[in-house]
Write a protein that binds this ligand. Structure first.
Ligand code: ARG
Length: 572
């Protein structure tokens, strides 16, 4: 890819400016208003060193660099040098680059040699995998794919919530009201029922809570009966989770969840003790965080059993030792902000400088149009049901259209699930949002189906081209790039050009929505080009040139969809 900022900086460079080429490149802007050029160089900063009015400096620079062959023209407007790139030149290099890179277009090696852990999804076993879990699962997976595309070595960890006092409750509830038969039939729904009943009963009879504590204590101390039950709950849960992961086409490198760290807890406790960080408080062990304006971190309960944060401390230390990560990213709801701040502070107090490389990437709540959910009250919307419904609804929509030559079930899966993923990644992750079927499945809005449909449209244009034309496109035998200088062609090309940069930005900000929005922009601009211009014209030179741009747009859209873990269907 040509780095235009760098090229322009080299042209602008002059000893007298007192700036290096790198500094100049950093100052170059991309004007929002395209009539102000493709690039603009502001001269305000130079006025002081050069003891001249910035307008004058801009004028001098403009007339000095005007003759460069890659510029169409250069204008001075106030203190700015506005640069218009020669469109033919831009098109030629962009189309050649995209054609050459193909499926790799948008990838880079900026993360080469570095290891990143992305921890995401992390549902709690024996609990429903509900619509709320979609956020961590889908955002986390997109972050994984985006980092992977930047050349990082990425490890995907599902930090299952498979440990803690709630399993004591679950065990007691199962013993009292459960049956193996029900478990076989509807594992999670049954477990949820027992758990709900436990809470109802415990309100009347608090001694149940003591029983539950005892059960968890036994579990933590490896008692055979409790361990066997817990294992069974875990297996059943995982197989349900895996059905959803399969639908979303998601896999993990490790399912080491909270229980994985149970045998690593004594060492952590010892270390905290040795470092004089533990304080006793009503029989419990805590780390006092008052000096940092936070509630204390609860390390062990009075019966010695471990807590959530304790397991997170153990997990971080283990991961650093085991993977030697450069970055460890935690994709977890913003409700846990305090937990992560406390945990990082404890790691810092323990003297682990690498805690700075542990990054909590929070996100807002998802709510439903029909009201809020409550696991305890048994009011939940299962993610699996949402995905199935998305597929069914999509199939209905597709069947209303022409279904010649398409596998409706397959396409409905690709589009229906893609629609849910896309909606999830459309907004800034920190924003709360309401899940809405109308928005998800709209084929015209800024949605997954809309983008996928744009890809289909590009594919269909290319399908109607002759073999000869396609060969010319593949070999980039374009006689005249002058056919690609219209406003919509050029705007589309500029968006395609910016995609690799946008992907890097999405990685740096842990924000897949940056890519999603750019993808919508590309799709909209492609559709504009498609409407504005006749593509399959008589004139072969013009036709091939336009097809080459269609092909580049198709590649960009397909690659971006892939990074969001969505399919790019060729027909729908
Ligand atoms: N299992 C937790 C939950 O569902 C999320 C775990 C987040 N990860 C972590 N390392 N604490 O709320």
């Amino acid at each position: 890819m040509i780095d235009y900022k760098k090229l322009i900086a080299a042209e602008i460079f002059d000893e007298a400016l007192g700036l290096t080429e790198e500094q100049i490149a950093e100052m170059i802007e991309i004007p929002v208003d395209t009539t102000m050029g493709d690039y603009a160089f502001p001269c305000f900063r130079l006025a002081k060193t050069m003891r001249k009015a910035p307008q004058l400096i801009a004028q001098e620079i403009a007339s000095r660099i005007e003759g460069c062959e890659i510029f169409d023209h250069v204008e001075q407007v106030n203190a700015y040098v506005n640069i218009f790139i020669r469109k033919e030149y831009f098109m030629e290099h962009l189309l050649k680059d995209v054609a050459k890179q193909g499926a790799d277009y948008g990838r880079s090696d900026r993360g080469a040699g570095r290891t990143v852990i992305v921890e995401y999804s992390s549902p709690n076993i024996a609990k429903p995998f509900h619509i709320g879990h979609i956020r961590s699962t889908v955002i986390g997976n997109a972050i994984y794919k985006i980092f992977d595309a930047q050349g990082y070595h990425v490890i995907r960890i599902n930090h299952l919530g498979d440990y803690g006092t709630q399993f004591g409750k679950m065990i007691v509830a199962y013993r009292k009201w459960g049956s193996e038969e029900e478990l076989e039939k509807e594992p999670i729904k049954s477990l949820l029922r027992y758990y709900t009943k436990f809470h109802e009963e415990a309100e009347k009879d608090p001694s149940l809570n003591d029983e539950a504590r005892k059960a968890f204590y036994n579990l933590e101390h490896g008692e055979a009966e409790e361990t066997a039950l817990w294992k069974r709950f875990r297996e059943l849960s995982l197989s349900e989770f895996n059905r959803v992961y399969d639908m979303l086409d998601i896999t993990f490198d490790s399912y080491a969840g909270e229980s994985f760290y149970s045998d690593k807890m004594p060492a952590v406790l010892q270390e905290l003790k040795d470092k004089n960080l533990l304080v006793e408080s009503q029989g419990a062990q805590i780390v006092d965080l008052e000096p940092y304006g936070m509630a204390p971190a609860l390390i062990t309960k009075s019966d010695g059993t471990s807590l959530y944060v304790t397991r997170d401390i153990a997990a971080a230390i283990y991961r650093k030792e085991h993977y030697d990560f450069d970055k460890c990213i935690y994709v977890v709801a913003s409700q846990q902000n305090l937990h992560f701040r406390q945990w990082k502070k404890v790691l810092e107090l323990m003297g682990y400088e690498w805690q700075e490389d542990c990054i909590h990437v929070p996100f807002g709540l998802v709510s439903l149009e029909e009201g809020t959910m409550s696991t305890r009250k048994g009011r939940v919307v299962f993610l699996e049901d949402v995905l199935n419904k998305a597929v069914e609804k999509t199939a209905e929509i597709i069947r209303e259209k022409n279904t010649d030559g398409i596998d409706v079930d397959e396409i409905a899966k690709e589009v229906g699930i893609g629609a849910v993923i896309f909606q999830e990644l459309s907004n800034n992750r920190i924003k709360d949002y309401t899940f809405s079927w109308d928005k998800v499945l709209n084929f015209d809005g800024e949605t997954g189906p809309y983008v996928q449909y744009t890809h289909v449209r590009a594919c269909s244009v290319l399908r109607s081209a002759s073999e000869e034309d396609l060969k010319a496109v593949a070999e980039q035998q374009i006689a005249d790039y002058g056919y690609l200088t219209s406003e919509s062609a050029y705007t589309l090309a500029k968006l395609i050009y910016r995609m690799p940069e946008v992907i890097s930005e999405a990685a740096d900000k842990y924000e897949p929505s940056i890519l999603t929005r750019h993808l919508v922009d590309i799709a909209q601009e492609f559709n504009k080009f498609y409407h504005d211009e006749h593509i399959l014209v008589e004139n072969a030179d013009e036709r091939v040139a336009k097809l080459a741009l269609v092909s580049a747009a198709r590649t960009a859209i397909a690659n971006a969809l892939n990074l969001l873990n969505m399919k790019a269907p060729e027909r729908m």
